[in-house]
Design a protein around this ligand. Sequence first.
Ligand code: ZN
Length: 277
Amino acid sequence: MPCCSEVPGSGFMQRNRKRLLFSVGTGYGTMMMKGARPLPRVTVWNEYRHEQKDQAIREVYPKGIHDAIKQALEPQFEVHTATLDEAEHGLTEEVLSRTDVLTWWGHMAHEEVDDQVVERVHRRVLEGMGLLVLHSGHFSKIFKKLMGTSCNLKWREDGLNERLWVVNPGHPIAKGLPLWIDLPHEEAYGEFFDIPSPDELVFVSWFPGGEVFRSGAGFYRGRGRIFYFRPGHEAFPTYYHPEVKQVLVNACQWLAPTRGPEPAFGWSAPLETNAAK
Ligand code: ZN
């Protein structure tokens, strides 16, 4: 059974319980009820290969990286998980249609991700679904497609420390964070990181080898938002770090769709009646 599955309707009922009760009780519908908005729905996607093949990595993430990320996001979100080896990688039309934010961790099997699923995720991002791309996900098909560049970088797995500097303290993703985050053991990445200039830059990392790296970069594509967050090498317990967990929560909140107006494309009638004369 796919681990992202749920009893049909149960999540909806849970999320909308207050709204439904309110609607039934007053007849005024959902607009009046303050603080009863349903939780954003996050699908945590993981390639889930390293953890199954490598004992040392399984010891760090016994139930998979996706389970650690799920734990970090609950209870602020309604969280489901999906993995590469599920049918359609667990990312069916139905799953994506009820996903507000998709998180993506992949490394050794990027090429195994079906192009049709990539197209489907791409379409949903343009429609407004948020996408959180983590660590080696920089080389995923979906991130490269959305960026339009190679997304290549320098790397070195030396397990030394990483210092993440908050370079945009007013950004929602920096909420509640200190000026910098020290991670005792991480893989080093270095510039040049071949991405388009980010629309929003929140973190820059420093590594003891002298490298710097744009570690927290936000982008807008269509109606959707994308955030790339660098830390999270599979051999280190990064996703248990309290401040990293805070970043994951903040990022998913920023990425959740804002339900703006539906855009109109193509020919359209003038708004003013005398404009076409
Ligand atoms: Zn790595």
